[in-house]
Unconditional design. Structure first.
Lengths: 255, 380
């Protein structure tokens, strides 16, 4: 049997989601973004809501997210995706509006917009990539940078007296009346990817069913920013990030 | 806008209230704004009217002006007709968002009810935001169409004109008003109700919009101001510059008051200053002075050609604005050196009276005469 005879649709056990196009991704090897993009594409495809999806991408590494998924995208200014999404969803209430934001976008420059969109109970889903560093600008300190962690702007390690403390925005989100589902996931292993996908699906369904605001934090790697190999980055995340940002649901009022 | 059949529809309303009522009637899809004096009646009136129960218009009090303008940005991306309203320091916070809206060539209407500045300034009326509206504070090469109403009726009319222009040109429209026009009550005829556009109409009018409609049978839309290739960015800028030139050629609008063939002097004023100046022109005309007024109804594009043509035969121009002099620079450029331009006005929340303008005019005329004409030509 030749290779060509083997490669037939019936034999396929895995395929690229149809909503992911062939544009080469700009993400670094070992980065979590690509996996999260793929999960989102799969979920939208499985829910059959391509024509009812309005996606909003941030400023940060995911600034070019709109290049990779074949849905309508709005590129928001830094931190303002939740404000943008709030208006879009109120004007198109029967469509899925979701934001895709990094830690700088969600928990630093856009903290106000994030908290208020969640607190208003906007019927949107927010995907939050937390890799504890500013990837796109070259590895500077993020609001979620761990204590003692070295970055370009805290080269001797994050210190409380100089830099303050990491912001647990997901924990804050869980205390807000407008949120219905707040969860922290990761995409470092196959079981975790499956869990993360399930979480994103629930967040999207909550939005479509007008249950309020859902926040899915994905604790992520930044091999380049952390100056590690992809494998080391995954290991470092498990050893350092997970104890500080433990995985699991923080709130779920939609059972 | 008015005809005889509508005589009975006269209402006595505040300028700010009329902004809200006209928006509902012109079929606006949404309002996003944050309270600030002296324009809070816009949101207050919308909240009382509850248009979401009648026309389906969305009304949302945002957490800040930064959020408001980004709500407008998102809404504009999806092809909806939306507006925000604010005053000087709030409009300052919106500058980044306005730049993004221009960069993505989005529709959206921004009502600016000016007060005294800078900083927190005062809550009394001002016109010191001419530069802010016309030249902008956002980054990059961009322009917004700027309309300048001078009556409560024009507040209503501008909401209709802005709705039309913002989609025609795919660029934000600023309605630059001031605290007097916003707060004062005048008789007004509100426009008839126009239904909001349907989803199908939005899809047909805005094929570029990011609303998912028809996605399976088209390439997906992505609206982004980001571009890493400088050549592509320059091409985008040049295309926008071409558009701006067409807007300048087609949309400049102005009104003349008591300007005739033998007018010697010209007053140029917009908004509340034009109302004050009309009275000043009347007083001066009663004294035999051949003076008229040109009122720009659009500040961008500026009616430069009309001013240039008038400058050929007049002696000098008095630019009246409630600031320390901002529009005067555009007036000076428009004269192309053919006439001397003087400024008068108050600032910080103070407003010139017609007598102030008459006095300033006398000083200007004296100087003009001393420079160019035999003594005693004008002063009685």
């Amino acid at each position: 049997m030749t290779k060509e005879e083997l490669i037939i649709p019936e034999n396929r056990v895995y395929g690229k989601p149809s909503l992911m196009n062939d544009t080469p991704m700009h993400y670094c090897p070992g980065c979590s973004h690509g996996l999260v993009h793929k999960i989102i594409a799969e979920v939208i495809e499985e829910m059959g809501i391509e024509e009812d999806t309005i996606a909003i991408c941030p400023v940060g590494c995911a600034v070019f997210a709109y290049r990779y998924l074949n849905v309508d995208w709005i590129e928001a200014s830094h931190g303002r995706a939740p404000a943008c999404a709030s208006a879009v969803n109120r004007l198109w209430p029967n469509k899925l509006t979701f934001t895709y934001q990094g830690d700088g976008d969600m928990a630093c420059i856009g903290t106000g917009e994030s908290i208020h969109a969640m607190n208003r109970g906007e019927n949107i889903a927010m995907i939050f990539i937390n890799n504890a560093i500013y990837g796109m600008t070259g590895g500077q300190m993020a609001p979620t940078t761990l204590m003692g962690m070295k970055t370009a702007t805290c080269p001797y390690g994050r210190q409380a007296d100089l830099h303050g403390y990491p912001l647990h925005i997901t924990d804050i989100a869980a205390t807000l009346q407008g949120t219905c589902y707040v969860t922290r996931q990761a995409v470092n292993t196959v079981p975790n990817i499956r869990k993360a996908k399930k979480a994103i699906r629930q967040a999207f369904e909550n939005a479509m069913n007008k249950r309020g605001c859902s926040l899915v934090e994905i604790v992520s790697t930044c091999a380049s920013g952390w100056k590690k190999t992809p494998e080391q980055a995954n290991q470092w995340m498990e050893e350092n990030m997970f104890p500080y940002y433990p995985l699991g649901d923080l709130k779920n009022t939609v059972q | 806008m008015m005809d005889n059949n509508q005589q009975n529809d006269y209402k006595l309303l505040k300028g700010n209230e009329v902004i809200a009522l006209a928006a509902i009637r012109y079929g606006y899809d949404g309002f996003f704004g944050y309270p600030i004096t002296p324009q809070s009646e816009v949101l207050e009136t919308l909240a009382v009217e509850k248009p979401w129960e009648t026309t389906g218009m969305v009304v949302l009090q945002a957490e800040s002006e930064v959020a408001s303008i980004n709500m407008l940005y998102g809404a504009g991306c999806t092809g909806k007709l939306v507006f925000t309203s604010s005053s000087s320091p709030g409009i300052a916070l919106m500058q980044e968002g306005i730049s993004y809206m221009c960069g993505n060539e989005l529709p959206g209407v921004i009502v600016s009810v000016g007060r005294g500045g800078p900083g927190l300034g005062t809550i009394q009326p001002g016109q010191a935001d001419y530069n802010q509206a016309v030249y902008g504070g956002g980054n990059g090469d961009y322009n917004c169409i700027v309309l300048a109403p001078n009556s409560v009726q024009e507040m209503a009319d501008c909401m209709g004109k802005a709705a039309q222009l913002t989609f025609k040109w795919r660029t934000p429209v600023i309605i630059l008003s001031d605290g007097v026009i916003g707060q004062m009550m005048e008789k007004v005829i509100l426009p008839p109700f126009t239904p909001r556009r349907t989803d199908a109409e939005i899809a047909a009018q805005c094929p570029w919009a990011t609303n998912g409609i028809g996605l399976k049978s088209r390439h997906y839309n992505a609206l982004s101001t980001l571009e890493f290739d400088p050549q592509v960015m320059e091409d985008r800028n040049r295309a926008m510059a071409e558009k701006y030139k067409r807007i300048q050629a087609e949309e400049a609008d102005y009104e003349l008051y008591r300007v005739d063939d033998d007018t010697d002097y010209l007053i140029v004023a917009y908004g509340i200053s034009s109302r004050v100046s009309m009275k000043a022109v009347d007083i001066l005309r009663e004294n035999g002075i051949k003076v008229g007024m040109l009122r720009p109804k659009t500040l961008w594009p500026f009616p430069s050609k009309a001013i240039s043509k008038l400058s050929e035969k007049i002696k000098s121009i008095l630019c009246v604005e409630q600031s320390e002099g901002q529009m005067i620079h555009d007036v000076r450029l428009a004269t192309e050196g053919q006439a001397t331009v003087y400024h008068t006005g108050r600032s910080g929340g103070m407003i010139s009276s017609p007598v102030d303008v008459v006095d300033a005019f006398k000083s200007m005329a004296r100087e003009t005469i001393t420079k160019n004409w035999p003594k005693g030509y004008w002063i009685k």
